[in-house]
Design a binder for this molecule. Structure first.
Ligand code: OVM
Length: 400
Protein backbone atom coordinates (compact mmCIF):
# COMPACT_ATOMS: atom_id res chain seq x y z
CA UNK A 1 0.00 0.00 0.00
CA UNK A 2 1.34 3.41 -0.87
CA UNK A 3 0.71 6.37 1.37
CA UNK A 4 -2.21 8.54 0.45
CA UNK A 5 -3.36 11.99 1.41
CA UNK A 6 -7.12 11.62 1.41
CA UNK A 7 -7.55 9.77 -1.85
CA UNK A 8 -4.35 11.07 -3.48
CA UNK A 9 -1.23 8.86 -3.65
CA UNK A 10 1.91 10.55 -2.30
CA UNK A 11 5.00 10.71 -4.51
CA UNK A 12 8.45 11.91 -3.54
CA UNK A 13 9.74 12.02 -7.14
CA UNK A 14 10.66 15.44 -8.51
CA UNK A 15 9.39 16.14 -12.06
CA UNK A 16 11.69 19.19 -12.13
CA UNK A 17 14.99 17.37 -11.40
CA UNK A 18 17.70 17.32 -14.09
CA UNK A 19 17.14 13.64 -14.66
CA UNK A 20 13.36 13.86 -15.01
CA UNK A 21 13.52 16.94 -17.21
CA UNK A 22 15.99 15.15 -19.49
CA UNK A 23 13.50 12.30 -19.92
CA UNK A 24 10.20 12.97 -18.13
CA UNK A 25 8.21 10.15 -19.71
CA UNK A 26 9.00 7.25 -17.32
CA UNK A 27 7.95 9.42 -14.35
CA UNK A 28 4.87 10.64 -16.24
CA UNK A 29 3.86 6.99 -16.81
CA UNK A 30 4.31 6.30 -13.10
CA UNK A 31 2.23 9.36 -12.19
CA UNK A 32 -0.59 8.42 -14.59
CA UNK A 33 -0.61 4.86 -13.25
CA UNK A 34 -0.72 6.00 -9.61
CA UNK A 35 -4.13 7.65 -9.91
CA UNK A 36 -6.12 10.56 -11.35
CA UNK A 37 -3.82 12.84 -9.32
CA UNK A 38 -0.64 12.41 -7.28
CA UNK A 39 0.50 14.53 -4.37
CA UNK A 40 4.02 15.84 -5.04
CA UNK A 41 5.53 15.89 -1.56
CA UNK A 42 8.42 18.11 -2.54
CA UNK A 43 6.06 20.84 -3.75
CA UNK A 44 3.12 20.06 -1.46
CA UNK A 45 0.87 20.28 -4.51
CA UNK A 46 -1.39 17.86 -6.40
CA UNK A 47 -0.41 17.08 -10.00
CA UNK A 48 -2.54 15.81 -12.89
CA UNK A 49 -1.04 13.82 -15.76
CA UNK A 50 -3.87 11.77 -17.32
CA UNK A 51 -5.38 13.03 -20.58
CA UNK A 52 -9.03 13.10 -19.48
CA UNK A 53 -8.35 14.80 -16.15
CA UNK A 54 -6.01 17.44 -17.64
CA UNK A 55 -8.49 18.24 -20.39
CA UNK A 56 -11.43 18.39 -17.98
CA UNK A 57 -9.52 20.80 -15.71
CA UNK A 58 -8.53 23.05 -18.61
CA UNK A 59 -12.06 23.34 -20.01
CA UNK A 60 -13.54 24.17 -16.58
CA UNK A 61 -12.17 27.69 -16.29
CA UNK A 62 -14.75 28.61 -13.64
CA UNK A 63 -13.56 25.99 -11.13
CA UNK A 64 -9.89 26.12 -12.17
CA UNK A 65 -9.05 29.77 -12.52
CA UNK A 66 -6.02 31.53 -13.99
CA UNK A 67 -6.50 34.83 -12.17
CA UNK A 68 -4.48 33.64 -9.17
CA UNK A 69 -1.55 33.05 -11.56
CA UNK A 70 -0.59 29.97 -13.58
CA UNK A 71 2.57 29.27 -11.58
CA UNK A 72 3.04 28.28 -7.94
CA UNK A 73 2.64 31.84 -6.66
CA UNK A 74 -0.94 32.60 -5.59
CA UNK A 75 -1.67 36.17 -6.73
CA UNK A 76 -4.57 36.31 -4.27
CA UNK A 77 -2.12 36.06 -1.36
CA UNK A 78 1.24 37.20 -2.76
CA UNK A 79 2.08 40.02 -5.14
CA UNK A 80 2.16 38.98 -8.82
CA UNK A 81 5.67 38.87 -10.34
CA UNK A 82 4.46 41.22 -13.09
CA UNK A 83 1.27 43.01 -14.02
CA UNK A 84 -1.04 40.09 -14.94
CA UNK A 85 -1.67 39.68 -18.67
CA UNK A 86 -4.18 37.71 -20.76
CA UNK A 87 -2.77 34.42 -19.44
CA UNK A 88 -3.41 35.38 -15.82
CA UNK A 89 -6.92 36.83 -15.90
CA UNK A 90 -10.40 35.31 -15.88
CA UNK A 91 -13.62 36.41 -17.60
CA UNK A 92 -14.96 39.02 -18.07
CA UNK A 93 -11.55 40.77 -18.47
CA UNK A 94 -10.14 37.76 -20.30
CA UNK A 95 -12.99 37.75 -22.81
CA UNK A 96 -12.27 41.31 -23.85
CA UNK A 97 -8.50 40.83 -24.21
CA UNK A 98 -9.04 37.55 -26.05
CA UNK A 99 -11.39 39.22 -28.55
CA UNK A 100 -8.65 41.71 -29.45
CA UNK A 101 -6.08 38.95 -29.97
CA UNK A 102 -8.49 36.85 -32.07
CA UNK A 103 -9.19 39.85 -34.23
CA UNK A 104 -5.48 40.61 -34.71
CA UNK A 105 -4.57 36.97 -35.43
CA UNK A 106 -7.28 36.68 -38.07
CA UNK A 107 -7.08 34.52 -41.21
CA UNK A 108 -6.85 37.70 -43.26
CA UNK A 109 -3.88 39.07 -41.32
CA UNK A 110 -2.20 35.68 -41.43
CA UNK A 111 -2.58 35.36 -45.17
CA UNK A 112 -0.54 38.55 -45.52
CA UNK A 113 2.34 36.96 -43.60
CA UNK A 114 2.82 33.87 -45.74
CA UNK A 115 4.94 35.43 -48.50
CA UNK A 116 7.50 36.82 -46.04
CA UNK A 117 7.69 33.51 -44.19
CA UNK A 118 8.22 31.69 -47.50
CA UNK A 119 10.94 34.06 -48.69
CA UNK A 120 12.98 33.60 -45.53
CA UNK A 121 12.39 29.81 -45.47
CA UNK A 122 13.80 29.60 -48.99
CA UNK A 123 16.94 31.54 -48.08
CA UNK A 124 17.43 29.59 -44.85
CA UNK A 125 17.20 26.24 -46.66
CA UNK A 126 19.62 27.58 -49.32
CA UNK A 127 22.10 28.23 -46.52
CA UNK A 128 21.59 24.84 -44.87
CA UNK A 129 22.08 23.02 -48.16
CA UNK A 130 25.30 24.96 -48.73
CA UNK A 131 26.64 23.94 -45.34
CA UNK A 132 25.32 20.36 -45.26
CA UNK A 133 26.22 20.15 -41.55
CA UNK A 134 24.74 22.67 -39.14
CA UNK A 135 23.10 23.20 -35.75
CA UNK A 136 19.36 22.54 -35.98
CA UNK A 137 18.83 24.95 -33.08
CA UNK A 138 20.98 28.02 -33.77
CA UNK A 139 20.92 27.80 -37.56
CA UNK A 140 17.32 26.71 -37.99
CA UNK A 141 14.84 26.57 -35.12
CA UNK A 142 16.00 29.89 -33.62
CA UNK A 143 16.91 31.66 -36.84
CA UNK A 144 13.50 31.22 -38.50
CA UNK A 145 11.06 32.62 -35.88
CA UNK A 146 13.51 35.31 -34.78
CA UNK A 147 13.32 36.72 -38.28
CA UNK A 148 9.77 36.01 -39.41
CA UNK A 149 7.88 36.31 -36.13
CA UNK A 150 9.82 39.42 -35.15
CA UNK A 151 8.97 40.98 -38.53
CA UNK A 152 5.32 39.91 -38.17
CA UNK A 153 4.98 41.66 -34.81
CA UNK A 154 6.90 44.64 -36.17
CA UNK A 155 9.82 45.06 -33.77
CA UNK A 156 13.36 46.18 -34.69
CA UNK A 157 15.68 43.44 -35.99
CA UNK A 158 18.53 44.62 -33.82
CA UNK A 159 18.61 42.92 -30.42
CA UNK A 160 15.99 40.23 -31.02
CA UNK A 161 18.02 37.08 -30.28
CA UNK A 162 19.85 38.48 -27.24
CA UNK A 163 16.63 39.73 -25.68
CA UNK A 164 13.67 37.64 -26.79
CA UNK A 165 15.09 34.16 -26.13
CA UNK A 166 16.27 34.83 -22.55
CA UNK A 167 13.10 36.86 -21.97
CA UNK A 168 10.87 33.93 -22.94
CA UNK A 169 12.91 31.49 -20.83
CA UNK A 170 12.61 33.84 -17.84
CA UNK A 171 8.88 34.26 -18.38
CA UNK A 172 8.19 30.53 -18.66
CA UNK A 173 10.29 29.83 -15.55
CA UNK A 174 7.54 31.56 -13.55
CA UNK A 175 5.08 28.79 -14.43
CA UNK A 176 7.14 26.22 -12.50
CA UNK A 177 8.71 25.96 -9.03
CA UNK A 178 10.82 28.84 -7.70
CA UNK A 179 14.00 26.74 -7.39
CA UNK A 180 17.67 27.21 -8.36
CA UNK A 181 16.92 26.63 -12.06
CA UNK A 182 14.18 29.26 -11.90
CA UNK A 183 16.62 31.67 -10.25
CA UNK A 184 19.15 31.06 -13.03
CA UNK A 185 16.68 31.83 -15.85
CA UNK A 186 15.36 34.81 -13.90
CA UNK A 187 18.79 36.38 -13.56
CA UNK A 188 19.79 35.47 -17.14
CA UNK A 189 16.66 37.27 -18.40
CA UNK A 190 16.74 40.28 -16.10
CA UNK A 191 18.52 42.49 -18.63
CA UNK A 192 15.81 41.94 -21.29
CA UNK A 193 12.83 43.54 -19.53
CA UNK A 194 13.62 47.08 -20.62
CA UNK A 195 14.17 46.14 -24.27
CA UNK A 196 10.93 44.18 -24.41
CA UNK A 197 8.88 46.91 -22.66
CA UNK A 198 10.33 49.55 -24.99
CA UNK A 199 9.33 47.56 -28.07
CA UNK A 200 5.77 47.09 -26.83
CA UNK A 201 5.30 50.87 -27.00
CA UNK A 202 3.23 52.10 -29.90
CA UNK A 203 5.82 54.52 -31.28
CA UNK A 204 8.43 51.75 -31.60
CA UNK A 205 6.25 49.27 -33.52
CA UNK A 206 6.13 48.96 -37.30
CA UNK A 207 2.70 50.41 -38.29
CA UNK A 208 2.00 47.36 -40.49
CA UNK A 209 2.75 44.71 -37.86
CA UNK A 210 0.56 42.71 -35.51
CA UNK A 211 1.75 44.83 -32.58
CA UNK A 212 0.35 47.98 -34.20
CA UNK A 213 -2.90 46.11 -34.95
CA UNK A 214 -3.26 45.46 -31.22
CA UNK A 215 -2.74 49.17 -30.52
CA UNK A 216 -5.41 50.09 -33.10
CA UNK A 217 -8.01 48.62 -30.71
CA UNK A 218 -7.20 51.40 -28.24
CA UNK A 219 -8.43 53.97 -30.79
CA UNK A 220 -11.64 51.98 -31.16
CA UNK A 221 -12.12 52.35 -27.39
CA UNK A 222 -11.99 48.59 -26.92
CA UNK A 223 -8.99 48.43 -24.56
CA UNK A 224 -6.78 50.87 -22.61
CA UNK A 225 -3.22 51.76 -23.68
CA UNK A 226 -1.93 49.81 -20.72
CA UNK A 227 -3.72 46.67 -21.99
CA UNK A 228 -2.30 47.09 -25.49
CA UNK A 229 1.27 47.18 -24.20
CA UNK A 230 0.60 44.06 -22.13
CA UNK A 231 -0.89 42.21 -25.11
CA UNK A 232 2.14 43.03 -27.25
CA UNK A 233 4.25 41.79 -24.35
CA UNK A 234 2.27 38.52 -24.41
CA UNK A 235 3.02 38.11 -28.13
CA UNK A 236 6.72 38.68 -27.52
CA UNK A 237 7.04 36.55 -24.40
CA UNK A 238 4.78 33.65 -25.41
CA UNK A 239 5.13 33.51 -29.17
CA UNK A 240 8.83 33.12 -29.84
CA UNK A 241 10.49 30.57 -27.53
CA UNK A 242 7.55 28.19 -27.92
CA UNK A 243 7.81 28.15 -31.72
CA UNK A 244 11.61 27.98 -31.63
CA UNK A 245 11.38 24.91 -29.40
CA UNK A 246 8.56 23.36 -31.44
CA UNK A 247 10.60 23.57 -34.63
CA UNK A 248 13.62 22.03 -32.89
CA UNK A 249 11.52 19.22 -31.43
CA UNK A 250 9.92 18.46 -34.81
CA UNK A 251 13.31 18.42 -36.54
CA UNK A 252 14.64 16.06 -33.86
CA UNK A 253 11.62 13.73 -34.27
CA UNK A 254 12.18 13.57 -38.02
CA UNK A 255 15.97 13.20 -37.87
CA UNK A 256 15.61 10.38 -35.33
CA UNK A 257 12.90 8.64 -37.41
CA UNK A 258 14.08 8.60 -41.05
CA UNK A 259 11.13 6.43 -42.09
CA UNK A 260 8.78 9.25 -41.04
CA UNK A 261 10.76 11.77 -43.11
CA UNK A 262 10.36 9.47 -46.13
CA UNK A 263 6.59 9.34 -45.57
CA UNK A 264 6.41 13.16 -45.65
CA UNK A 265 8.58 13.30 -48.78
CA UNK A 266 6.28 10.83 -50.51
CA UNK A 267 3.13 12.67 -49.43
CA UNK A 268 3.70 16.33 -48.45
CA UNK A 269 0.01 16.70 -47.61
CA UNK A 270 0.96 14.92 -44.38
CA UNK A 271 3.37 17.69 -43.30
CA UNK A 272 0.73 19.46 -41.19
CA UNK A 273 -0.03 16.18 -39.42
CA UNK A 274 3.67 15.42 -38.90
CA UNK A 275 4.01 18.84 -37.24
CA UNK A 276 0.97 18.26 -35.03
CA UNK A 277 2.32 14.85 -34.07
CA UNK A 278 5.64 16.44 -33.04
CA UNK A 279 3.68 18.96 -30.93
CA UNK A 280 1.92 16.03 -29.23
CA UNK A 281 5.06 13.93 -28.87
CA UNK A 282 7.19 16.56 -27.11
CA UNK A 283 5.07 19.45 -25.87
CA UNK A 284 7.24 22.61 -25.85
CA UNK A 285 5.29 23.86 -22.80
CA UNK A 286 5.08 20.85 -20.48
CA UNK A 287 3.31 22.00 -17.34
CA UNK A 288 1.66 24.90 -15.51
CA UNK A 289 -0.71 25.62 -12.64
CA UNK A 290 -4.34 26.42 -12.03
CA UNK A 291 -6.07 27.47 -8.76
CA UNK A 292 -9.44 26.17 -7.54
CA UNK A 293 -12.09 28.89 -7.12
CA UNK A 294 -14.25 26.57 -4.98
CA UNK A 295 -14.11 23.11 -3.38
CA UNK A 296 -14.13 20.73 -6.32
CA UNK A 297 -14.04 17.02 -7.11
CA UNK A 298 -11.99 15.92 -10.11
CA UNK A 299 -12.59 12.26 -10.91
CA UNK A 300 -12.81 11.47 -7.19
CA UNK A 301 -9.97 13.78 -6.11
CA UNK A 302 -11.20 16.35 -3.62
CA UNK A 303 -9.54 19.77 -3.74
CA UNK A 304 -10.50 22.57 -1.31
CA UNK A 305 -11.14 26.11 -2.54
CA UNK A 306 -8.01 28.15 -3.19
CA UNK A 307 -5.79 25.12 -3.94
CA UNK A 308 -2.94 25.33 -6.42
CA UNK A 309 -2.62 22.30 -8.70
CA UNK A 310 -0.20 21.39 -11.49
CA UNK A 311 -1.36 20.10 -14.87
CA UNK A 312 1.06 18.30 -17.18
CA UNK A 313 -0.16 18.50 -20.79
CA UNK A 314 3.22 16.99 -21.72
CA UNK A 315 2.19 13.83 -19.82
CA UNK A 316 -1.43 13.84 -21.04
CA UNK A 317 -0.09 13.84 -24.60
CA UNK A 318 1.57 10.46 -23.93
CA UNK A 319 -1.39 8.83 -22.15
CA UNK A 320 -1.86 5.35 -23.62
CA UNK A 321 -5.52 5.43 -22.59
CA UNK A 322 -6.00 8.24 -25.10
CA UNK A 323 -3.32 7.60 -27.74
CA UNK A 324 -2.98 3.82 -27.68
CA UNK A 325 -0.13 1.46 -26.85
CA UNK A 326 2.23 3.27 -29.28
CA UNK A 327 1.77 6.66 -27.54
CA UNK A 328 5.56 6.89 -27.07
CA UNK A 329 6.21 6.58 -30.82
CA UNK A 330 6.43 9.48 -33.27
CA UNK A 331 4.13 8.57 -36.19
CA UNK A 332 3.25 11.24 -38.76
CA UNK A 333 0.20 9.27 -39.85
CA UNK A 334 -1.31 9.26 -36.35
CA UNK A 335 -4.44 11.34 -35.76
CA UNK A 336 -2.88 13.58 -33.09
CA UNK A 337 -5.76 16.07 -33.14
CA UNK A 338 -6.95 16.95 -29.65
CA UNK A 339 -3.49 16.93 -28.03
CA UNK A 340 -3.12 19.42 -25.19
CA UNK A 341 0.05 21.23 -26.27
CA UNK A 342 -1.86 24.45 -26.97
CA UNK A 343 -4.08 23.90 -23.93
CA UNK A 344 -7.86 23.62 -24.23
CA UNK A 345 -10.83 25.83 -23.36
CA UNK A 346 -10.95 29.63 -23.21
CA UNK A 347 -7.20 30.05 -22.71
CA UNK A 348 -6.22 27.75 -25.57
CA UNK A 349 -3.30 29.33 -27.42
CA UNK A 350 -4.66 32.20 -29.50
CA UNK A 351 -1.37 32.50 -31.41
CA UNK A 352 -1.27 28.93 -32.64
CA UNK A 353 -2.21 29.81 -36.24
CA UNK A 354 0.95 31.97 -36.48
CA UNK A 355 3.11 29.19 -35.10
CA UNK A 356 1.48 26.58 -37.33
CA UNK A 357 1.92 28.80 -40.38
CA UNK A 358 5.61 29.31 -39.58
CA UNK A 359 6.12 25.58 -39.19
CA UNK A 360 4.09 24.60 -42.24
CA UNK A 361 6.01 26.98 -44.50
CA UNK A 362 9.41 25.97 -43.09
CA UNK A 363 8.84 22.20 -43.09
CA UNK A 364 7.30 22.28 -46.58
CA UNK A 365 10.49 23.90 -47.85
CA UNK A 366 12.69 21.42 -45.96
CA UNK A 367 10.75 18.36 -47.15
CA UNK A 368 10.73 19.59 -50.74
CA UNK A 369 14.48 20.17 -50.95
CA UNK A 370 16.09 17.69 -48.55
CA UNK A 371 16.36 13.98 -49.28
CA UNK A 372 17.73 12.88 -45.91
CA UNK A 373 18.21 14.63 -42.59
CA UNK A 374 20.15 12.85 -39.85
CA UNK A 375 21.77 13.49 -36.51
CA UNK A 376 25.49 14.20 -36.92
CA UNK A 377 26.19 14.10 -33.18
CA UNK A 378 24.57 13.83 -29.78
CA UNK A 379 21.73 16.37 -29.31
CA UNK A 380 21.96 18.40 -26.09
CA UNK A 381 18.74 18.83 -24.11
CA UNK A 382 17.61 22.29 -23.01
CA UNK A 383 16.77 21.88 -19.33
CA UNK A 384 14.02 24.22 -18.16
CA UNK A 385 11.25 23.67 -15.62
CA UNK A 386 8.34 24.21 -18.02
CA UNK A 387 9.80 24.28 -21.53
CA UNK A 388 11.01 21.09 -23.21
CA UNK A 389 13.42 21.32 -26.12
CA UNK A 390 17.00 21.05 -27.36
CA UNK A 391 19.89 23.44 -26.90
CA UNK A 392 21.85 21.89 -29.77
CA UNK A 393 20.98 19.48 -32.58
CA UNK A 394 23.95 18.59 -34.80
CA UNK A 395 22.43 17.74 -38.20
CA UNK A 396 23.57 16.54 -41.61
CA UNK A 397 21.43 16.89 -44.72
CA UNK A 398 21.56 15.55 -48.27
CA UNK A 399 19.78 17.59 -50.96
CA UNK A 400 16.87 16.09 -52.88
C1 OVM B 1 2.56 35.74 -21.23
C2 OVM B 1 1.86 34.62 -21.90
C3 OVM B 1 0.69 34.87 -22.58
C4 OVM B 1 0.06 33.82 -23.21
C5 OVM B 1 0.60 32.55 -23.18
C6 OVM B 1 1.78 32.32 -22.50
C7 OVM B 1 1.79 30.05 -23.16
C8 OVM B 1 2.42 33.37 -21.86
O1 OVM B 1 2.03 36.85 -21.20
O2 OVM B 1 3.63 35.51 -20.70
O3 OVM B 1 2.34 31.10 -22.43
Amino acid sequence: MSLTLGSIPLLNDDPYSDENLTNPYPLFAKMRAAGPAVWLEKYNTPAFTRFTEVRDILVDHQSFISGAGVGPRNFHHEPPWRKPGILEVDPPMHTQLRAVMSDVISPRNLRALRAGFQEFATSLVDRILDEREFDGVGDLSEAFPIRVFGDAVGIPRQGRAENLLPHGAMNFANFGPEDARYAQFTSAGAHTTGWVAENCARENLDPNGLGAKIWAHVDAGFIESEDAAILVRALLSAGLDTTVISIGNAVQCLAANPGQWDILRADPKLIRFGIDEALRYDAPFQSFFRTTSRAVDVHGVHLPAGSKLIVFPGAANRDEQRWGADADEYRVERDSGGHLTFGMGIHQCVGQPISRLEMEVLFSELVKRIKTIELAGEPQPFLHNTLRGWSSLPLRVVPA
